[in-house]
Design a protein. Structure first.
Length: 568
């Protein structure tokens, strides 16, 4: 899909000039954008950490998961009455014991004024030091951290002055823990940053993109630095105009950007020229990725925040998956009524074509929230995924726990979901805004997944480091835990005939049914024992009215659904 900037520009202009003429989808997009941007409200009210009341900080470790609070005082205690959320992490590739986490720091939970908080460790996360904020008294939000091959740390921070959204990038030189004075880096709301860690032409390039609607250089929404952060180039537009997303660099220096599309779906833009300092940034193409759902920003579990951002990762290993591109996000489902599932899609041809999406959370039913879905890809190709999940704690509430799953075979099969943390109430400790931030962040190496996350286990919003150990389970063992490997329907939309295609991992009793959009079964297609492998079932829909239906497949302990559209 090639960009048609003129039509997108006209549609975006109508959003502001002729609101009475907008259709329902455009209204929805307008509401999404208006609801979710940073506002510098609240008054700076400095608090000295030494004068605050404290309580014991929370720390937990078992055979799989270690987690420790990072927004702590000099003695390692929890600071009462503050709040911290929306964390990002950077790991030094030259010394993995050296890490840094940044977050939105609220000194007073009754105030909405936020600053650029951070903490560091040089012993693998056992002891964390929180020196305070980078720029005291200055409104800062949306922290994004990364490192380069030499072990320098970078902190991209949003600020708003007189309605103008801009970003500064701060740097810590290799081996130290002191920030410089920062460099103007263009910017806008919900920015993200990634640094090229390949050894190719673009090694050390710093890339940043943000929401075009809240840009300091509209319609531009992207910049790069080709001199190690000394300066940042003038803004350029991003084909497809993605927002609420992340970036990744491929093994050959290719740059990928993922985000929600302005009118539907998820967009992935690709550039093979961004790595070359001698040329301006250009975009090869952009593609729409089907995750069977939409990124959302008005859900009950995180009312003033997002369900999470879209994550993108690339396999940089020397294995069979080298160059694979992966997209993951928590989305409101299209094919059923589930308010939030963690959905995953894969491209094996550099982002041109995408496989049928896979649901990572394995809970039954369509009423649970799986939110803040976060992915990272290890250098060896392992894919790690975490999310918050309210499937089994305090029914009827939004109490959530941290869950984990991983894949060792390029996303073909996944480990069973593992609960890592205690459940907690995400609706406590809000710093005068009804959310727990908009995202988590994770970086994987071949031994661990290093996670920056937030929770309220202490009864308030705090930021934590998490270290997830690789679970030594073979790919064959993983595959035994999944009954349905794929499920699709074609043609779609259909007329009087459609074909259902599914692949079973094990011999199972299968039930195939058509349901209305509310999940009520209206037609049973098949109830029979099916062998492992791929099956095709032709169905007649001549007795059904034109409209939208749900085709549901149950096999063994698993159930999958796809949306079926009938058009006469």
């Amino acid at each position: 899909m090639k960009n048609t900037n003129l039509s997108i520009f006209i549609a975006f202009g109508l959003l502001f000039v002729f609101p009475s003429f907008l259709n329902g989808q455009q209204d929805k997009t307008k509401n999404k954008l208006l609801m979710h941007h940073e506002l510098p409200d609240g008054i700076y009210s400095p608090n000295s950490h030494e004068n605050l009341k404290t309580s014991p900080a929370y720390k937990y470790m078992d055979g799989i998961f270690y987690t420790a609070q990072t927004n702590i005082d000099e003695f390692g205690n929890n600071i009462l009455g503050d709040a911290a959320n929306e964390p990002s992490i950077a790991v030094d590739p030259t010394d993995p014991d050296r890490m840094i986490i940044g977050w939105r720091q609220f000194d007073d939970v009754n105030n909405n004024f936020r600053q650029a908080g951070y903490a560091y460790t040089d012993d693998g996360g056992e002891i964390w030091t929180f020196p305070g904020v980078i720029d005291p008294g200055i409104f800062r939000s949306d922290p994004v951290l990364d490192s380069d091959l030499e072990g320098n740390f970078y902190y991209n921070s949003l600020t708003v002055t007189g309605g103008d959204y801009t970003c500064d990038v701060y740097k810590i030189a290799a081996g130290g823990f002191s920030w410089d004075d920062g460099t103007f880096a263009q910017g806008g709301d919900k920015q993200w940053m990634v640094i090229d860690k390949t050894e190719g032409t673009g090694a050390g390039n710093i890339y940043s993109f943000w929401t075009q609607s809240w840009s300091t250089c509209w319609p531009g929404a992207f910049t790069r630095s080709i001199d190690g952060g000394v300066s940042y180039e003038n803004c350029v537009e991003v084909d497809g105009e993605p927002y609420w997303g992340t970036m990744a660099v491929g093994p050959e220096g290719e740059l990928f950007i993922v985000g929600s599309g302005y009118f539907n779906g998820v967009i992935v833009a690709k550039s093979t020229t961004a790595q070359n300092p001698a040329f301006p940034v250009g975009w090869d193409s952009y593609e729409q990725v089907n995750l069977d759902g939409e990124l959302s920003g008005w859900t009950q579990v995180n009312p003033a925040g997002l369900l999470g951002q879209a994550d993108i990762g690339v396999d940089i290993s020397d294995g069979s998956g080298r160059g694979n591109v992966y997209v993951l996000s928590s989305v409101v489902r299209n094919s059923n009524s589930d308010p939030a599932d963690v959905m995953f899609a894969r491209s094996t041809d550099g982002g041109e074509n995408w496989d049928t999406p896979i649901r990572i959370n394995d809970d039954m039913g369509t009423s649970n929230y799986q939110w803040f879905g976060t992915m990272s890809v290890a250098p060896g190709g392992r894919i790690d995924v975490v999310w918050l999940d309210n499937r089994d704690d305090n029914p009827g509430t939004y109490w959530s726990a941290l869950y984990y799953s991983y894949s060792l075979d390029q996303g073909e099969t996944w480990s069973s979901n593992t609960k890592l943390s205690l459940a907690f109430d995400p609706h406590v400790g809000w710093p005068d805004q009804d959310k727990m931030g908009d995202y988590f962040d994770m970086e994987s190496d071949d031994d661990y997944a290093h996670l920056a996350w937030a929770n309220t286990i202490n009864g308030e919003q705090d930021v934590y480091y998490g270290r997830i150990s690789r679970i030594m389970v073979s790919t064959e063992d993983i595959s035994l835990q999944k009954d349905i490997l794929s499920f699709s329907c074609y043609p779609n939309p259909a007329n009087d005939l459609a074909t259902i295609k599914f692949k079973l991992n094990n011999k199972s009793v299968v039930k195939l049914a058509i349901c209305d959009i509310y999940g009520k079964e209206i037609k049973t297609i098949l109830v029979a024992e099916q062998d492992a492998g791929t099956s095709h079932v032709a169905i007649s829909t001549a007795d059904l009215s034109e409209g939208i239906y749900i085709c549901r497949l149950q096999a063994g302990q698993h159930s999958e659904s796809v949306r079926l559209v009938l058009m006469r």
